[in-house]
Ligand binder design. Structure first.
Ligand SMILES: Nc1ncnc2c1ncn2[C@@H]1O[C@H](COP(=O)(O)OP(=O)(O)OP(=O)(O)O)[C@@H](O)[C@H]1O
Ligand SMILES: [Mg+2]
Length: 511
């Protein structure tokens, strides 16, 4: 309810947003309590915290997607005990949500202008103007994309750019970005930062949520830490290291986040997977490599380099049109994910919302989905007890923040959903694990747990392929990495040669 009270106190002049004592619970479980902080006009505030700390919920209280139980929001001089989506938009509170909120069947332009369509003669949609406007917005983000492309056909990085362009198209005083760069590469992130700096110059305030703490250091003036739904501190980024930020997030001193790198497999190591000259239409071209048993192999490259398409070819989502694939010593032709699972291949897709989860199913159902028939069915019945105890095992293995396996997938925080997706693939006991952007949206502590987990899988003889835009992850985890460019294998790097410079040389083709 709006109290329509204007606070003219001098001390509040530069404050755009002041949150006081905000409280929120879901089904009796407190998710936010006593949250109090303020945000100055024209400043960028980083919001950090572990998965499930309450960052997205706080954002949803500010932008009216959800209603807090108590507390107050002061925005541009007026107090609100709650916000509505409509009110927030009219006040210029614009959000790029953590999970895509796009209409897949509509074009890029129609998504960007949804709810603020341009009209001619007060009645007809002005498609020409909207097409030009959308193209200009995308160009400002350095994104080459047709305004007429259908959103459902885009990859995740392109979808993210459409979300950002849509946000930029609105009247904006407060721009909230909930993990905008999880699927963007370094160059795309830099372009986004240029846009943020431009917004800042125009006096727009930004709340920037990210688990990439180096980004918080680069783009934010201050950062606020949430831990288990509680406000911990707000500090200046200048003079605070990312390690200190991470320690504040978890409330203790973190050790090394990467396990020791495994040695390169010897030349006579047993080969698990071998691709010889495989191509998939125009997206994967003449790729040849082999993967040893128990090896951790990275695949780096820019967005659109064909990494996901290569993985989808191995997993049978796509068909290689030429070349040969050998798995466990035999030539194979895998034509469906079902065949891939049977052969012993697991794949964690990059887009968890679209192909990784059934959002309305409970967490336990999601975790056992792939192995349901083999492990959890007796005759025509599903043994829910067995399923629940498997879910409990994975919840504890990955420290998933969930009261039980019965919680619906869409009630979990983004990072906890990602952990659920990893558990789902693990439940099939694969010989080859393909991780496509495995730590997308996962906090630093859980990320470390996943890295150690991948290392232990490899030690037990499971081979792992890590596709990642996070070069630090590739460098920290893999003793050997392929770099792809425009569908081709641009090079293979090993040990000390795996560094940001060498990867980018190969990925861009610019020496
Ligand atoms: N609709 C809902 N129903 C029940 N619980 C919910 C709902 N939405 C969020 N939660 C719970 O609230 C807590 C905070 O979730 P939130 O999404 O705010 O975390 P987050 O800090 O954004 O985490 P992440 O970094 O993983 O995105 C989680 O434990 C989550 O399960
Ligand atoms: Mg979140």
């Amino acid at each position: 309810m709006e109290k329509s009270q204007v606070d003219t106190a001098e001390s509040r002049k530069d404050i755009l947003l002041q949150i006081s004592n905000l409280q929120k619970s879901y089904s009796g479980v407190t998710v936010l309590s006593g949250i109090t902080f303020s945000l100055e006009k024209g400043s960028v505030m980083g919001l950090i915290g572990e998965n499930g700390a309450g960052k997205s919920t706080l954002i949803k209280c500010i932008n009216g997607v959800t209603t807090p139980d108590s507390g107050e929001i002061l925005f541009d001089g007026s107090f609100y005990s709650s916000m509505t989506i409509k009110k927030a938009l009219s006040l210029g509170i614009v959000t790029i949500p953590q999970e895509f909120n796009l209409a897949d069947h509509l074009s890029v332009k129609d998504n960007i202008y949804m709810g603020c369509e341009l009209k001619k003669a007060h009645f007809f949609l002005d498609h020409r103007k909207m097409r030009i406007g959308a193209a200009e917005l995308l160009e400002s983000l350095g994104c080459i994309l047709s305004p007429d492309a259908i959103v459902g056909t885009l990859n995740v990085a392109q979808k993210q750019m459409v979300e950002i362009a849509r946000g930029l198209n609105r009247k904006c005083h407060l721009f909230i970005m909930d993990e905008p760069t999880t699927v963007l590469n370094t160059a795309e992130t830099e372009k986004l930062f240029r846009v943020i700096n431009r917004l800042k110059e125009q006096g727009v305030s930004v709340i920037y949520v990210s688990h990439k703490l180096a980004e918080i250091s680069t783009i934010c003036d201050h950062f606020t830490v949430l831990r288990d739904g509680q406000y911990i501190t707000t500090q200046k980024t200048a003079g605070t290291s990312t390690k200190e930020m991470a320690n504040l997030m978890v409330g203790r001193q973190l050790k090394d986040i990467y396990p020791p790198k495994p040695a390169l497999p010897p030349p006579d190591a047993e080969c698990l997977l071998s691709l010889q000259d495989v191509s998939e239409s125009s997206l994967v071209k003449n790729v040849t490599f082999s993967l040893a048993k128990g090896e951790i192999l990275g695949i780096a490259g820019l967005g659109g380099a064909g990494r996901t398409e290569l993985a989808e070819g191995i997993y049978g989502i796509r068909r290689f049109i030429s070349g040969k694939m050998f798995f466990k010593g035999k030539e194979v032709c895998i034509t469906s994910p079902e065949e891939a699972v049977k052969a012993g291949i697991a794949y964690i897709p990059e887009d968890r919302q679209k192909s990784g989860t059934v959002q309305t199913f409970p967490l336990s159902w999601n975790m056992t989905l792939v192995s349901l028939l083999e492990k959890y069915c007796s005759g025509t019945f599903i043994c829910r007890k067995k399923e629940e105890s498997a879910a409990e095992k994975y919840i504890s293995l990955f420290s998933i923040k969930a009261p039980s396996g019965r919680i619906r997938m869409n009630e979990l925080s983004g990072g906890n959903q990602q952990k659920g997706v990893i558990a789902k693939s693990l439940d099939t006991s694969p010989d080859l694990f393909i991780f496509d952007e495995p730590t997308r949206g996962i906090d630093i502590n859980s990320r470390s747990e996943i890295y150690f987990f991948i290392r232990s899988l490899a030690e037990k003889g499971t081979s792992c392929i890590i596709i990642s835009s996070d070069l630090e992850e590739i460098i920290g985890l893999c003793p050997r990495t392929l770099v792809m460019r425009e569908g081709r294998l641009a090079g293979i790097l090993e040990n000390d040669n795996i560094n940001e410079k060498e990867i980018m040389y190969l990925a861009t083709g610019i020496k």
